[in-house]
Design a protein around this ligand. Structure first.
Ligand SMILES: Cc1cc2nc3c(=O)[nH]c(=O)nc-3n(C[C@H](O)[C@H](O)[C@H](O)COP(=O)(O)OP(=O)(O)OC[C@H]3O[C@@H](n4cnc5c(N)ncnc54)[C@H](O)[C@@H]3O)c2cc1C
Length: 379
């Protein structure tokens, strides 16, 4: 049994951590306060080749693995959850779907420029009445000769206002329910497609979130991604792999809250001693450290299984569920241990406290992860 990262993975962690420390962490608070997405970070990651870490070199990628993808998410999530969210959706949902299911022309048009950071992708799955329940999806794509006509609304779409293309899930065969969904790539500027409103949020405020509307939006049939009516399975495959990366993302956020709070507990004095000397506080740290170690093992084990070609549906859900709920618990304790200053907008832990909740909702809620685990147990 081998628990160590290989040399390449360690080198990559060092490089992405240095980037995140220098370029991302210093602007995290300001971007959150101004609710502004710093697109230049995504572009810089593209220039440095990091957006392509897990894609083949043929498209400008780094030929890396899922473990490296998880390392990137952990280090970037540590620096800023809000800033990384847009990068996560671009790379690990939009580009991943194009890589997995796209034809050569689509890969040349979206994957290679996406890896360079020249174009930004979004993932249009959720709708006002269908987040956990894709069987209730209403967005409809009707074939008309060599085109599809798309009608519907997508909700809570990260990068919605800034994306150059969106991978949209739509109903192509209503009689088949979830088996009648397809993925389509919609370019920004296509007549009938608008980002109708930007949405304001509790946390991850540096990310861009929009409602997207498609009104008689006509697309060439060549914009179909993968095969017609396999969209549900294709979306689930993309999301399942994404859950491993989401777990690493939450692990990074949990670690950030832990590190800030550990440093604070060593220097904040009450009753004549640092608060970290009180057993009540020490036990909170012991539980946090234990949780982080467990989340790390679950996350990297799931990533390793994906890289070995082993089944990982249950492991991905376990890692995502555990790491995201842990991040919420740690952020909660982080504010508590900081006391009043933790509640002030000038502290970082209040941001972590707001950011972490999204992790339990996006990419399949905690309840949906539990459903997946139970389903994998044959229930
Ligand atoms: C900031 C943000 C960014 C997002 N970005 C994107 C994006 O880029 N692309 C995208 O497509 N989506 C995105 N989403 C949407 C997100 O994936 C959905 O919000 C999420 O899947 C939950 O769907 P819902 O909001 O419709 O909640 P619902 O599905 O209505 O769920 C409501 C509650 O019911 C529970 N529930 C539902 N079904 C079951 C069940 N079978 N058993 C037990 N409990 C259940 C849920 O767990 C939840 O607690 C984003 C959301 C947010 C908040």
């Amino acid at each position: 049994m081998e628990f160590a990262f290989n040399e390449q993975q360690e080198l990559f962690r060092g490089a992405i951590r240095a980037f995140a420390d220098k370029e991302v962490a210093p602007i995290a608070r300001e971007c959150d306060e101004r609710e502004e997405y710093p697109l230049h970070i995504l572009k810089k990651l593209g220039e440095l080749g990091y957006l392509g870490i897990k894609f083949p070199s043929q498209y400008g990628g780094g030929d890396g693995d899922t473990v490296s993808a998880a390392i990137m998410a952990e280090e970037m999530g540590y620096a800023s959850a809000g800033i990384f969210l847009g990068i996560y959706v671009h790379v690990f949902l939009a580009l991943t779907a194009v890589h997995r299911f796209g034809n050569d022309e689509q890969k040349d048009r979206y994957l290679a420029p996406g890896i360079r950071g020249d174009v930004v992708g979004a993932w249009g799955f959720a709708e006002p009445d269908a987040g956990s329940d894709p069987g209730n999806m209403k967005t409809r794509a009707v074939r008309d000769g060599d085109t599809y006509i798309l009608n519907g609304t997508k909700m809570f779409i990260t990068n919605g206002n800034i994306a150059d293309f969106v991978v949209v899930t739509a109903v192509t065969d209503p009689a088949q329910g979830m088996r009648g969904l397809s993925l389509l790539i919609v370019d920004k500027g296509t007549p009938g497609f608008t980002a109708s409103r930007a949405l304001r949020k509790l946390g991850v405020r540096a990310s861009d979130t929009a409602e997207l509307v498609f009104q008689d939006c006509r697309l060439p049939a060549s914009q179909l991604l993968g095969r017609e009516n396999t969209g549900f399975n294709d979306a689930m495959r993309t999301l399942t792999e994404g859950r491993i990366v989401s777990a690493a993302f939450a692990l990074g956020l949990g670690r950030a809250a832990f590190d800030r709070t550990l440093a604070y507990a060593k220097q904040r004095v009450a009753f004549g001693q640092p608060i970290g000397k009180f057993q009540g506080i020490q036990w909170m740290f012991a539980d946090m450290a234990l949780g982080l170690e467990a989340a790390k093992l679950l996350t990297y084990q799931a990533a390793w299984r994906a890289d070995q070609g082993l089944p990982y549906i249950m492991e991905a859900s376990m890692a995502k569920l555990y790491a995201t709920e842990l991040a919420t618990r740690i952020a909660n304790d982080a504010v508590q241990i900081h006391g009043g200053i933790g509640f002030m907008m000038e502290s970082d832990v209040q941001r972590f406290y707001r950011d972490c909740k999204l992790m339990e909702i996006g990419e399949g809620t905690s309840q949906i992860q539990r459903n997946t685990i139970a389903h994998q147990l044959g229930l």
